[in-house]
Write a protein that binds this ligand. Structure first.
Ligand SMILES: [Zn+2]
Length: 151
C-alpha cells in the first residue's frame, strides 16, 4: 500500500499529477502550476450519493469514482454489496465507491441511462469512461478497475 499512487488532474492547468496515496491528506499541490488541490477525502467504505449530492461527490471528485446503481428489490445488487465493501477498503485513496439508489434518485439514473440493475459507472474527471451491467464477480470488477485507474 505504501507505494500506491493515484492520478489527480489539476483543475487549474489540466496537468495530470501522479501522487502517492499517503500524501493525499497532506495538502498536495500541482507539480506544474503549484495550485494546491482541495483536501481529498479518502473513504474506506462506500458512500451514499443522491440526485442532490451527485455533482459534488461524483462529478467534481478529484479521485476516480465507481458508482453502484442499485435498488432495494434487486437481489443481484444485494449480492454485490460485500464485494464493493471489500473493494472500498482495498482501493482506499485511489478510488471512491458511491452507491446510488435508483428508485430514490431518478434524475441521476436517467441522465446516465441506467436501464438494468446493477449498473456500475466508472467516472473520472466528471465523465463516464466505462460501464458494467449485471452482477459481476470481484475479479471481473477488478479487471475493469485496472484499466480505469491506469488511464
Ligand atoms: Zn496545475
Amino acid at each position: 500500500m505504501a507505494n500506491e499512487t493515484v492520478v489527480i488532474r489539476c483543475r487549474n492547468c489540466g496537468t495530470r499529477n501522479r501522487i502517492p496515496v499517503v500524501k493525499l491528506t497532506k495538502g498536495p499541490s500541482c507539480g506544474r502550476c503549484k495550485e494546491p488541490f482541495p483536501s481529498i477525502s479518502t473513504p474506506s467504505r462506500p458512500i451514499m450519493v443522491t440526485d442532490s449530492t451527485f455533482t459534488a461527490e461524483v462529478i467534481e471528485s478529484l479521485l476516480p469514482v465507481l458508482v453502484d446503481c442499485w435498488a432495494a428489490w434487486c437481489a443481484p445488487c444485494t449480492s454485490m454489496s460485500p464485494i464493493l465493501d471489500d473493494l472500498a477498503q482495498t482501493y482506499t485513496g485511489r478510488l471512491k465507491i458511491a452507491k446510488l439508489n435508483v428508485d430514490q434518485n431518478p434524475m441521476t439514473s436517467s441522465r446516465n441511462n441506467v436501464s438494468s440493475l446493477p449498473t456500475l459507472l466508472f467516472i473520472k474527471d466528471g465523465k463516464v469512461v466505462d460501464t458494467a451491467v449485471g452482477a459481476l464477480p470481484k475479479m471481473e470488477i477488478e479487471r475493469h478497475l485496472s484499466y480505469f485507474l491506469d488511464r
